[in-house]
Design a binder for this molecule. Structure first.
Ligand code: HEC
Ligand code: HEC
Length: 353
């Protein structure tokens, strides 16, 4: 006997679909996971799995055992994870990296002061980060409740308002300038008539042509700034943040300054940007990236600087996130990395500089 095709059995088909949806919704079954969760899973596998493990359990990622403390908590445990809101998880993944030995940072209850968890704020779009949060939720049997579409709408609206205000400010300035010109022309005419009467032809007309700053000019500058901010916010929602070409750095420093900056760089490496979570020195530290014991020999200064400022600019799909490092910090980090000149494992005598 042949089976009854589902097409001819609408009630049965709907029931089966509903059952699948129920199962998928309650235990994170991948069969019918939402598009958002699927997108988040893909990103998680590329950027997070080495530290957090495939299913978020402790000691599962290959980097877990070797990375320094604090090490990742168990993302699959609902009891603990449910105490965090969606926004808090988002913030953890998308924050500025700050000096985690700074008392002010430690006192800030809203700041997640863990250098060994990198930020992805400069690597992924906001939309992508929400999809990662959504996947993290599925690891402990929850689902995202944050209104991502609503957030996007708000950004779009704010952008439109800023655009309108910018247009209005441009028109207001044009009108004010036209008026000013008119007034100036009138004044000139009046002056000329005066001169005709007085016959004084040496009068210096240029004299009182002072640069006038119109209030409309200041207003336009402000409107433009706001417009650019809203534009960036909206762009960062859908597109990955991009940086322009990193210009060639000036890395010349005096010897005393060099010594100081190397120390600063070491501090940043460990306590702010958690480079040691992914890179090892002397067999200590993470294994996600290459060991850096001999970075000082192997790598060129300017190359290091450009790499740490914007790794995606040099290798689009690298697992090393852009950590939002400013020029000053990048300089200190570069000088520190140049001090890493361990001898070759099979060559105990270091070559001369
Ligand atoms: C280099 C290792 C590393 C990588 C890569 C990494 N994490 Fe983490 N993560 C950590 C560490 C360390 C912690 C801090 C210990 C803790 O509190 O769980 C942490 C904590 C977290 C937490 C718990 C936050 C809290 O409030 O306690 C979440 C959620 C998280 N990571 C998500 C992610 C996601 C998503 C990614 C990828 C986009 C990612 N992590 C990539 C190391 C990493
Ligand atoms: C989440 C892990 C991670 C973090 C955090 C991280 N890196 Fe990396 N890094 C990598 C990976 C992976 C590579 C290999 C790049 C590739 O080929 O995609 C790399 C490559 C490098 C290289 C080039 C090494 C070579 O031998 O070619 C340098 C230098 C470097 N990272 C420095 C740093 C510094 C400095 C920091 C901290 C400011 C840092 N990294 C933070 C993962 C990380």
């Amino acid at each position: 006997m042949r089976g009854v095709p589902l097409k001819q059995h609408p009630v049965l088909a709907v029931t089966i679909l509903a059952l699948f949806a129920l199962v998928a919704g309650t235990n994170g079954c991948t069969l019918f996971e939402s598009e958002q969760v699927a997108k988040g899973r893909k990103l998680y596998r590329h950027y997070c799995m080495h530290c957090h493990g495939e299913s978020g359990r402790q000691n599962e990622g290959f980097n877990w055992a070797t990375m320094p403390d604090p090490r990742p908590r168990d993302l699959s445990e609902e009891a603990a994870m449910s105490t965090f809101s969606d926004e808090e998880i988002f913030h953890t993944i998308s924050r500025e990296m700050k000096d985690t030995t700074d008392q002010a940072v430690l006192d800030d209850e809203d700041y997640f002061a863990v250098p060994t968890m990198p930020t992805f704020k400069y690597t992924l779009s906001e939309d992508e980060i929400w999809s990662v949060v959504s996947f993290v939720r599925s690891l402990h049997g929850m689902s995202l409740s944050y209104d991502v579409d609503g957030r996007k709408k708000k950004l779009e609206e704010a952008f439109q308002v800023a655009q309108q205000e910018f247009d209005q400010a441009t028109q207001a300035l044009e009108a004010a300038e036209a008026k000013l010109e008119e007034a100036e022309a009138a004044a000139e005419e009046a002056e000329e008539t005066e001169e005709d009467i007085e016959g004084d032809e040496d009068a210096d007309l240029e004299e009182d042509e002072e640069e006038i700053v119109l209030p409309e000019e200041i207003a336009l500058e402000e409107a433009e700034e706001k417009f650019e901010d809203e534009k960036t916010a909206l762009e960062n929602f859908t597109k990955r943040p991009r940086q322009g070409q990193i210009s060639r750095p000036d890395l010349t420093v005096s010897d005393t300054e060099r010594g100081r900056l190397e120390q600063v760089g070491k501090h940043l490496y460990e306590n702010q940007y958690g480079c040691n979570a992914c890179h090892s020195l002397n067999n200590q530290g993470g294994l996600v990236g290459p060991e850096l014991d001999r970075a000082g020999f192997r790598l060129n200064e300017a190359w290091i600087y450009r790499w740490i400022m914007y790794p995606q600019g040099m290798k689009k799909k690298t697992r090393m996130p852009n950590l939002g490092i400013n020029e000053e910090d990048a300089k200190a980090l570069t000088l520190y990395l140049k001090t890493l000149r361990a001898p070759k494992p099979d060559d105990p005598i270091p070559p001369p500089n």
